[in-house]
Design a protein around this ligand. Structure first.
Ligand code: OSB
Ligand code: MG
Length: 379
């Protein structure tokens, strides 16, 4: 199906998290979220979200670098161009633009949503999704004490979450995980995420986590250190899951070749969009390596994109696609994203595009800056 983008509107909105979220490299309370509204030459529209953070503590990108990259380089590259379909955008944007994956992804994913709208199919089905509900996990930030973490984790398990991910860092790890395992019992589906807080010198220390039978440990070492992840994986019983270290499908191939990890956290924003996310999914499926869909504290717009991706068949591990109320007093979409008591989020397969409506009045209220980029030929 052909696609021609005529207009892209960027908006920065501000949303306060219901509770601060702390990872090894920093704490977030107020989100600055970049939303895009794309319009094609026929007037159809769709929304997407750029997952770049406020500071460069997860990757080099921030909302401000993404705003610049989209306005100066990415939008001018795609606006007005006659494309074979959304599948063509990843290659087009990769040529001549190094990095800026989250900025590229926002446009690429918006184009997929637009194509789904136009075809009258759900984004899930356009991407090749097969699930009608997504098993859901929660990501819990670093807490003040092991006891506080155990309380939070227990409440999450009781609420129905099917995977409990806990952020760790040196000084807030073994004791914390031990307390949770002790409180919740041997069957609780627990994992840890270090966001690159460790070095190979911590190998013995990290091996102590094996005693707590975690589903996986996510991104213990530096993002560009596949070889040392492979060496660490040799030392650990606990599977390593890579997040920051997989910025595109070629890195997933390297992970498999080196044995640097046994699971991949796929975030479409991190890898430049759905085309690469699907490629990583397919590659891992062919190697019997499970994947799951991560989150970046998205609004309901980004969540819609994540839910659609997580409906692909090899997303066999619960995703960080928690319901709207986990993050926000009020989300920007309706209906809001909800999770049932058994920890499942429904994929809106019977509705075209994202499957949720963006509450434009609410977005307007939250908007602090906006910019519209047009194809000159669109009048
Ligand atoms: O490493 O997965 C991560 C949030 C911000 C930056 C990095 C990460 C996260 C999360 C949040 O874990 C998951 C969610 O959106 O619920
Ligand atoms: Mg992570």
């Amino acid at each position: 199906m052909s696609l021609q983008l005529a207009r892209i509107t960027l908006r920065e909105i501000r949303m306060t998290l219901r509770e601060p979220f702390e990872i090894s490299s920093g704490r977030t309370t107020d989100r600055r979220i970049l939303l895009l509204e794309l319009q094609d030459a026929g007037g159809a529209t769709a929304w997407s979200e750029c997952v770049a953070g406020e500071r460069p503590n997860y990757s080099a990108e921030t909302i401000d670098t993404a705003w610049l990259a989209i306005t100066e380089w990415i939008a001018p590259r795609v606006l007005g161009m006659r494309l074979g379909g959304p599948d063509a955008i990843d290659d087009l944007l990769r040529r001549g633009i190094r990095g800026h994956a989250m900025a590229r992804a926002a446009v690429e994913m918006g184009a997929w949503a637009l194509a789904a709208e136009r075809e009258g199919v759900s984004l899930s089905r356009l991407l090749g999704g097969t699930r009608t509900a997504i098993a859901t996990g929660i990501s819990i930030g670093i807490q003040a004490s092991p006891h506080a973490l155990a309380e939070k984790a227990g409440a999450a398990l009781a609420r129905g979450y099917r995977k409990i991910k806990m952020k760790i860092r040196p000084g807030a790890d073994i004791e914390y995980i031990a307390a949770v395992r002790h409180a919740l019992g041997p069957e609780a589906p627990l994992m840890a995420d270090a966001n690159s807080a460790y070095t190979p010198a911590h190998s013995d220390h990290l091996a102590e986590l094996d005693a707590y039978r975690l589903l996986m440990i996510e991104q213990p070492l530096s993002q560009d250190d596949l070889r040392r992840h492979a060496q660490l994986q040799d030392r650990l019983d606990t599977p390593i899951c890579l997040d920051e270290s997989i910025p595109h499908a070629a890195a997933a191939e390297d992970m498999l070749a080196l044995g640097a990890g046994r699971i991949v956290n796929v975030k479409p924003g991190r890898v430049g969009g759905f085309r690469q996310a699907k490629a990583i999914h397919d590659l891992c499926r062919n190697h019997a390596v499970p994947v799951w869909c991560g989150g970046m504290l998205e609004s309901g717009v980004g969540r819609a994109h994540n839910v659609a991706l997580a409906s692909l068949p090899n997303f066999t591990i619960p995703g960080d696609v928690s319901p709207s109320a986990r993050y926000w007093t009020e989300d920007v979409v309706s209906p809001e994203w909800t999770m049932d008591a058994s920890g499942m989020v429904t994929v809106p397969v019977d509705r075209p595009g994202l499957g949720v409506e963006v509450d434009v009045d609410r977005v307007d209220d939250l908007t602090v800056r906006t910019k519209t980029l047009k194809w000159r030929g669109s009048g």
